[in-house]
Design a protein around this ligand. Structure first.
Ligand SMILES: [Ca+2]
Ligand SMILES: [Ca+2]
Ligand SMILES: [Ca+2]
Ligand SMILES: [Ca+2]
Length: 334
């Protein structure tokens, strides 16, 4: 039998591309690889909100597909507050707890309190699986501390995503300094090895910008079914340039930006075609005077007041604007 070689090669190429796309689905670095965000940040509870953290705690959720049944680890980079990376106020005198939760009560689709958005509610829901308090400790400075092993079935099962949900809470117990850190969900205790199909998300994203004019940070909220508009809120952006919303259908909608220690909010209409995909919130720094060590908080709600999730690995991939002329051409006829 004669094989049509060019066609055969083409098929193999397609298969390889498909394979490489699926095998990299889901990344568990937090902040994610497409976000261009150096660190998450949480201040000690005696910090000032004008330094860019409105509530002195941060919650991240991890989802692990049901098919993955081996143990996994949650690795925290630079969990201490001192030495490298962290934001000193006077001297380093702060303490932070990192706590991992699993079991019933964690899944924010079922338990609103778990999102940690409302003041005064107990967001430490679920079973405490592990925790540790960090101060100024050279041992963990610029290094990883690893929580785990955890068994995936210790999480709170979510049917819709066919995944077990876990969460980690960082809380500023004492002092006023800023703790900068990152997470990695890993299948290895000592290395960052991603788990296929896993992801991470939050509802209130508190992060640090790079000290670089040219640098653009991105965060990727998922627009779920039934959303017709969203209310964006940004806190303590220090008038540092522009915040733009990009999607397949938005080339770059500029939103009102906050100055020092205040929230700024606005409504953004959502096109039906943007439903079930991610938006790209872009943070473009002001050119000229460098706003140094800019920490910012972002939250989104839909028209019903429900918070949107920001995924570390955007659902459906990074959205890219498609010019309208192209959309008209390829749109199917009704
Ligand atoms: Ca201090
Ligand atoms: Ca440090
Ligand atoms: Ca730190
Ligand atoms: Ca700020």
């Amino acid at each position: 039998m004669k094989v049509n070689k060019p066609k055969y090669r083409f098929l193999i190429l397609i298969l390889l591309l498909e394979f490489s796309c699926t095998s990299f689905l889901g990344a568990q670095a937090v902040p994610g690889k497409d976000e261009n965000i150096p660190f998450l940040v949480t201040f000690g509870k005696f910090g000032k909100t004008s330094w860019g953290d409105n509530d002195f705690y941060q919650i991240f959720f991890f989802s692990v597909l049901k098919d993955y049944t081996k143990p996994f680890y949650i690795r925290v980079f630079d969990p201490d507050c001192g030495g490298e990376n962290d934001e000193i106020q006077g001297d380093f005198n702060s303490k932070f707890s990192f706590a991992v939760y699993g079991g019933k009560g964690v899944d924010p689709d079922k338990n609103e309190d778990s999102k940690g958005l409302e003041k005064g509610v107990n967001y430490k829901t679920g079973n405490l699986l592990a925790s540790k308090v960090f101060g100024t400790e050279a041992r963990y400075d610029n290094k990883y501390y690893t929580f785990g092993p955890f068994n995936p079935s210790e999480g709170d099962f979510n049917e819709r995503w066919n995944s077990y949900i876990f969460k980690i809470v960082c809380e500023g117990l004492a002092g006023d300094d800023g703790n900068l850190y990152r997470f990695f969900l890993s299948r290895d205790q000592n290395n960052n090895l991603p788990i296929e199909g896993a992801n991470a998300f939050t509802y209130a994203y508190t992060f640090r910008m790079w000290n670089d004019f040219k640098s653009v940070a991105h965060i990727y909220p998922f627009v779920d079914t039934g959303i017709v508009f969203i209310k964006q809120s940004n806190f303590d952006w220090d008038n540092d340039g522009k915040i733009l919303v990009v999607s397949r259908y938005k080339q770059g909608v500029e939103v009102p930006i906050s100055n020092e220690n205040v929230w700024e909010s606005s409504n953004i209409p959502i096109e039906p075609a943007e439903v079930n995909s991610s938006l790209d919130f872009q943070f473009h720094k002001k050119q000229g005077d460098l706003v140094k060590n800019n920490n910012v908080v972002v939250t989104l709600k839909n028209q019903r007041g429900d918070a949107l999730k920001f995924y570390s690995s955007p659902i459906g991939g990074v959205p890219v604007y498609i010019p309208k002329t192209t959309i008209t051409k390829i749109a199917p006829k009704k």
